[in-house]
Structure formats: C-alpha cells, structure tokens
Design a protein around this ligand. Structure first.
Ligand code: CMC
Length: 422
C-alpha cells in the first residue's frame, strides 16, 4: 500500500503526490499546488499545529504517555516534580537531579510582599480564584522583565522554575484572600504538594500536619493533569508564545483558556451540576434533558478520547483512597449512577461519550476541603509543567508566529456613507 495521497487541481489538471508521514501530510506541498486555497478547520479538528515530543495520546485506543511513559506507570511510581522534570527536560530525574530540581523550586516559591499588598489586595472580595490567578500570573511579567529574552535557553529555564514554584503560592494566596485569612509563606522543608496544602489550610494558630494520603492523592491529581498534547490551553500558550511574548503572559493566556467550562472549568461545572441534580432519583430526568440538548453532561466527552479517559479510571480509584481518610463524598453515589446510566444509553454510546478527567476530580477536591472556585486553579498548577514544556519546545524549534488564515464571510466592498446620511 502506498503511504501517500494525490491531489489534483481540477482547474488546471496539475497534481502533486504528498507522502503520509506519521499520519500527517505536509501543508507546504499542498500550498505549492494550491496557493491561495486554504483548509477551513476552525476548531483544528483535522489540523496538526505542532510537532511535539512531550506527550502522546490515542483517543481510540485510550492511552496517554508522557515522553513515552504510560500514564498508569507514572501514576504508580513517580511524583509530580519528577513529572515536571520529565516534561521539561525529557527524562525522569535521577535522585540527585530530583533533589537539586526540588531545591531550586523551593527556593523560588515565595512571592514579593508588594505582590500581596498591591495586586492581590486589589481584587473584589468575592473575586473568583481563577480570575485572580489569570491576572496574577500575568502580573509576574512585570516583576521579571528579563523574562522577555525568550531566545536565551538559560533565561527560559529560570522562568520555568519560577512558574512551577510560584503557581502553588499564587493559588494558595488566591484562596486565602477569598476566605479572608492571612497569607502563609512557603516552607522550603516541605515537599511541593505538602507545602501547597500547608499554605492553603494551615490555621493561624496551633500545629498543622498534612495527611500523607491526601498529599499523595493531590500530587497524583497534579501529575494526571500535567500534560495533554495540543489541548485548548496548551495551544494558547504556544500561540501567544509564538509572538515571543514572555512566559508569564503566555501562561496567563493559557490559564484564561483553561478557565472555560468546556476545558478545565469543567471540574467546577461537574460539581455544580451534581449539586443541582440534588438527589439520586433525579438522575434519569437530568439525563433525559441532556439527550434533548437542554443540558450538557459536564465531565463527559472529549475531542480526542473516544474511549474511557485513562485518567478518569485512575481518579476513580484515587477517590476511594481519599474517601477512606475523609469520609465518602455524599455526591459520589449520584456521580456513579450518572456514569452508569450514561454508559448504558444509546445517545452516549453512539457519540462515544465517556467520563473525562474532570468527572471525578471535583469530588476529590471537595472532599479534601477545596471550595469549587479552586478546582480549576488546581488543574492549572498541574498543567503548568506541560504548558512550559510546549512553550520551550516551540521556541527551540524556531517556529514561525502562529497566524491562521480565515474564510471571509462579510460584506463585499462598499462605500462609507457620511454619518448624517446613514
Ligand atoms: N453532553 C452531552 N452531549 C455531548 C457532550 C456532553 N458532555 N459532549 C459532546 N456531546 C455531543 C455533542 O452535542 C455532539 O452531538 P451531535 O453529534 O448530536 O451534534 C457530539 O456529542 C459530538 O460532540 P462535539 O461537540 O463535536 O465534541 P467536541 O469535541 O467539539 O467537544 C468537549 C468536546 C469536551 C468540549 C465536549 O464533549 C463537552 O462540552 N464536554 C463537557 C465539558 C467537559 O467535560 N470538558 C472537559 C474536557 S476533558 C478535560 C480538558 O481537557 O479540559
């Protein structure tokens, strides 16, 4: 079988044979035959926008690998910081490399006092934590003007460390201001996730110990969210970064993309949906509304997965471990019933709609004491190494600025009528 396609321009009879390499065809060959004729693919459903070595997923087979390592093995054997190292530097760290990396991260975790006073304190009292995060990450750009030198790999490395280090501090600060309690400084003696939980929940007075089961569960959640190829927010980070904007504004834009309920905002939307359904016996009615298009089943469906999202399976198991410590989330039974009803229903089966990573994550976050407004912020902490790995990869590839074409559907040329004659 020949691994190629032949395109013929019926206007001229000219044709070109384009090889199919790794499931893609080169747009340059297309352009050489058809200058001025473009693919119209607004949601990039059949467009590959990047050549990337960071993460591979196959939606039909239902697998996910970070730099070749299956997610199931990573979930069992490594920590989030090891994943961050893997995504950024292409290999899992040795013990000394991990210690050095964790040390660098811990050293960069604090944020400037002025940041708390002048920026975080400036938001409305009830500001959503995700809105605060989007703005705070962008504001970091003004604290690190040297980050604009995006072509220097050493500068890039420092900013990547800073961003991974400061995300939990910003997130915990966003929470603390929401609930009106004083900020807690990072503790370099604690591991990454335990430090975050401590900055979140340490009371003003008295001792505070994070349960290691909960710390490991959250670390696992971060790890499962760390990368997912060219999703909406990662594509945003790459697109903004392709203009050579600094990493802080590139990641702020990615956080903005993540905030939407079709993407990372889905974890919050799932929880609100379960609360709205209210009782177990209302599940069938809700599913009926989804089938008529009146409602959407949040936490279900995916552009790429047409099979069970492997992350959702791992999360389902993690949920039980967390519930053993903190007690079962009362919404769990409803979620399980919703899943069971949907997976047996022809509407969902025909469209290959399965639970995605957001279906169970919210239940775990809620049981651990996070308010719903923090759920997408937690996703953002986890996704930060992935965004950075793609941003850095894009810059090392000397890529061109992202600039799609458009299909113009507006008016043809027309004269401007002076204002008093309109
Ligand atoms: N509930 C009900 N119907 C759905 C759902 C859903 N959650 N998702 C897709 N469909 C239907 C959709 O209406 C369409 O039906 P029809 O063929 O009759 O028009 C069909 O399934 C195909 O869906 P699509 O809209 O073409 O799918 P997409 O690839 O454009 O959208 C999605 C993917 C994730 C935005 C969508 O499935 C969705 O909105 N899901 C709920 C939100 C959610 O859970 N998002 C988290 C995604 S995973 C984490 C992440 O990466 O952020």
């Amino acid at each position: 079988m020949k691994e190629s396609i032949t395109l013929t321009d019926n206007r001229t009879g000219a044709s070109v044979e384009i090889p199919i390499v790794d499931g893609t065809v080169d747009s340059g060959e297309w352009a050489s035959l058809l200058p001025g004729v473009y693919f119209h693919d607004p949601s990039f459903g059949v467009t590959s926008g990047a050549a990337s070595a960071v993460c591979e997923l196959d939606g039909e087979a239902g697998y996910l690998r970070y730099r070749g390592h299956p997610i199931e093995q990573l979930a069992e054997r490594v920590s989030f910081l090891e994943i961050a190292h893997l995504l950024l530097f292409a290999e899992l760290p040795t013990r000394p490399q991990l210690d050095a990396f964790a040390g660098e991260i811990a050293e960069s975790a604090s944020i400037h006092e002025n940041f708390h006073k002048r920026i975080l304190e400036g938001f409305r009292d009830d500001a959503h934590a995700m809105g605060v995060l989007v703005s705070s990450v962008a504001a970091l750009s003004t604290f690190y003007p040297e980050s604009k030198d995006v072509e220097d790999p050493t500068v890039r490395r420092s900013q990547m460390i800073r961003l991974i280090a400061k995300m939990p501090t910003l997130a915990a600060s966003a929470y603390r201001r929401l609930v009106g309690t004083p900020y807690v400084q990072p503790d370099p003696d604690l591991d990454y996730t335990t430090n975050f939980l401590t900055m979140m929940f340490r009371p003003l007075e008295g001792g505070f110990e994070v349960d290691p089961v909960l710390s490991r569960a959250l670390d696992l959640l971060f790890l499962l969210h760390a990368d997912h190829s060219q999703n909406c927010s990662t594509t945003t980070a790459r697109t903004v970064g392709s203009s050579h904007a600094d990493p802080y504004v590139s990641l702020s834009a990615a956080c903005g993309a993540l905030y939407g309920p079709r993407h990372g905002g889905a974890n919050e939307a799932v929880l609100r949906m379960l609360q709205e359904i209210g009782t177990y016996d209302q599940v069938d009615d809700f599913v009926a509304k989804v089938k008529t298009g009146e409602r959407r089943l949040m936490g279900f469906g995916h552009r790429v997965y047409k099979n069970y999202d492997p992350r959702a399976q791992i999360l389902k198991d993690t949920a039980h471990r967390v519930f053993d410590v903190v007690g079962k989330n009362p919404l769990l039974d409803m979620a399980l019933k919703l899943e069971e009803v949907a997976l047996a229903d022809d509407y969902f089966v025909r469209r290959k709609l399965y639970p995605n990573v957001d279906f169970y994550s919210g239940l775990i976050y809620q049981s651990m004491g996070f308010p719903v407004e923090m759920f997408t912020v937690l996703f953002a902490i986890g996704r930060t190494p992935g965004w950075l790995a793609h941003w850095d990869e894009m810059l090392t590839q000397n890529s061109r600025i992202a600039r799609p074409r458009q299909l113009y559907i507006g008016e043809a040329t027309r004269d401007v009528v002076p204002i008093d004659q309109r």
